[in-house]
Design a protein around this ligand. Structure first.
Ligand code: HEC
Ligand code: HEC
Ligand code: HEC
Ligand code: HEC
Length: 450
């Protein structure tokens, strides 16, 4: 009798405990979806937000615009051209000399691409690529005709800025690569994306967009120059092979390359990548949102949450870590300014030499080629978003090479006329008007990136 009473008590206790546990679980499990599901093909983040309200609330914080703790980054759309006027000259003849702002939160991506003065009637749809989850379904429908379609023609079909569907599979919520150019690039390199570990995916979803790219000359498709590897030199090797140029410099007439935010590539050469640290470790740390802890979807400068971003691995103080970042950035910035001065001097020397009809054509070609290479090095670091911090040694190596090449360009241009002047006593001095001003043909017509 007593025994069965005890069993009943025990059973009740177990039932109550399980109940408590169960209730506790449902309250504690932060990322359990509610009963609602995300319809297949849904692109609107507000609809995903009904199932994941905390993640959506975190995502909406990207609207905030502040300099925060940054010196060189931050979420204010400040003009790079005002911050560094030398850039107007370095980009002469290219739309970036007219309008070039600091980037801000993903949620602004559509507004910013539509409003930039770099967009015109000749702009193509490739420029939508990194701005919206609407791109993939459109390419699935239109095939490779998508890329060269006029930008404004598809404006009504591009409805949402970068959102959940760019990085997640709506059924499983697993991270997903949805960028067609990244899938292509991985194929070129013989990498199977299915084999990425979870930690690798926490970087690869960012490598969908935070990378260098060019438009393939035949169909204008966004393409990553990864054939020979991820380094600055590897991309340059491919561009040389393709005879690729983005524009002719208005003053020096050199066939120039424009770099596009190679964040992933520069990062890949650094100490954190070597230690398996992912973009999301620093830019999407676990934070408290509402009642729960989630991966922050307010992607921004890690300097605004050093404790969550860095102190999970580093035991130094916040102040030390912040100064470490900004101190490193200042070193890179100063070296970058040295290269800007060297490039500016090279442009002047080439422009002046080109006015001299006796300038030696081969030397002028070499000077322009050096200008192209030095400009590429400058822009690779300059357009990367962390002011070199993602891989400081590599950034400084690239800038160092750039300074040397820009000064060599200046020297060659001076020699081209110096040599010509010396030879002026000779019979045919002055008989070759225009020599040296001739622009080298840069192979197939290529389309500038915008
Ligand atoms: C070890 C930490 C860490 C990792 C990992 C990391 N970053 Fe950063 N990132 C930073 C810091 C620090 C800055 C500089 C922020 C500043 O200047 O305010 C930065 C800056 C940026 C910026 C500019 C932010 C701004 O406010 O202007 C972007 C974009 C960015 N990183 C993208 C990436 C991508 C993409 C990856 C992976 C390929 C990555 N980061 C990996 C720490 C990291
Ligand atoms: C730029 C890429 C990106 C976008 C856009 C994005 N996420 Fe995430 N999300 C991530 C990453 C990275 C993680 C961490 C995944 C991991 O650690 O496996 C994550 C994790 C999650 C998780 C798992 C729980 C957690 O907090 O780690 C949920 C749920 C989620 N995201 C929902 C959303 C929703 C809803 C949206 C749109 C409002 C969204 N995400 C937009 C990259 C993204
Ligand atoms: C679909 C393309 C896309 C993906 C995927 C993407 N980004 Fe971005 N990211 C952008 C664009 C475009 C901007 C600039 C938006 C603007 O200025 O309007 C940006 C801006 C940023 C910024 C600057 C925010 C600020 O406030 O200044 C950071 C930091 C950042 N991204 C980090 C990441 C990280 C980390 C990942 C991966 C988890 C990632 N991004 C994935 C396209 C993307
Ligand atoms: C997931 C772990 C992890 C996170 C998060 C992380 N780091 Fe690191 N960090 C490392 C490791 C590992 C190393 C390499 C240590 C070594 O080689 O001795 C490193 C190296 C460094 C170094 C030395 C760099 C060099 O050139 O030797 C600095 C400085 C640094 N981290 C700062 C930061 C800052 C600032 C943040 C946040 C924005 C951060 N780290 C976030 C793991 C991390």
């Amino acid at each position: 009798m007593q025994k069965s009473w005890r069993s009943v008590m025990l059973l009740c206790l177990i039932l109550v405990m399980t109940g408590v546990l169960f209730v506790g679980c449902t309250q504690k499990a932060p990322n359990q979806p509610t009963t609602a599901t995300i319809p297949e093909g849904e692109l609107d983040p507000a609809v995903w937000g009904k199932v994941y309200p905390d993640h959506y609330a975190s995502y909406l914080k990207q609207k905030e615009q502040t300099k925060g703790n940054s010196k060189f980054g931050g979420s204010l759309p400040e003009s790079h051209l005002k911050e560094s006027p030398a850039q107007v000259k370095l980009f002469a003849g290219y739309p970036f000399s007219e309008d070039y702002n600091e980037e801000r939160g993903h949620i602004w991506a559509l507004e910013d691409v539509i409003n930039t003065q770099r967009i015109g009637p000749k702009t193509i749809s490739s420029c939508w690529n990194c701005k919206s989850p609407n791109v993939k379904p459109l390419v699935d429908k239109m095939g490779d005709t998508f890329w060269a379609t006029p930008f404004l023609e598809l404006k009504d079909q591009i409805k949402h800025p970068i959102a959940c569907a760019n990085c997640h599979d709506p059924k499983t919520m697993a991270l997903a690569i949805t960028s067609i150019p990244l899938l292509d690039a991985l194929k070129t390199r013989g990498i199977d994306p299915v084999k990425f570990s979870r930690q690798e995916m926490r970087t690869m979803v960012c490598a969908q967009c935070h990378v260098e790219y060019y438009f393939k000359p035949d169909n204008k498709k966004v393409t990553f120059p990864w054939k020979y590897g991820l380094k600055m030199d590897d991309a340059e090797k491919l561009y040389e092979e393709l005879n690729f140029k983005d524009w002719d410099h208005k003053e020096s007439q050199a066939p120039m390359l424009k770099a596009q935010h190679p964040d992933y590539e520069l990062f890949s050469t650094g100490v954190h990548a070597a230690n398996g640290v992912a973009c999301a470790d620093c830019h999407m740390p676990y934070v408290k949102q509402g009642q729960t802890k989630i991966s922050s979807h307010h992607l921004q400068s890690p300097l605004n949450h050093i404790s969550q971003s860095c102190q999970t691995c580093h035991k130094q103080s916040e102040e030390y870590l912040k100064n470490q970042v900004i101190g490193t950035q200042e070193t890179v910035f100063k070296t970058k300014v040295l290269l800007e001065t060297a490039l500016s001097d090279a442009i002047d020397a080439i422009t002046i030499a080109a006015k001299n009809p006796a300038a030696k054509a081969d030397m002028m070609t070499q000077a322009r080629s050096l200008h192209r290479k030095a400009g590429w090095r400058w822009d690779f670091v300059s357009s990367e978003n962390s002011m070199g911090w993602h891989s400081p040694k590599e950034a400084l190596r690239i800038l160092g090479e750039g300074i040397d090449m820009a000064r060599q360009a200046q020297l060659k241009a001076n020699l081209a006329v110096g040599a010509a002047v010396e030879g002026a006593a000779g019979a045919d001095a002055g008989k070759t008007p225009g020599a040296g001003t001739s622009v080298e043909a840069a192979g197939p017509e290529t389309t500038p990136k915008q």
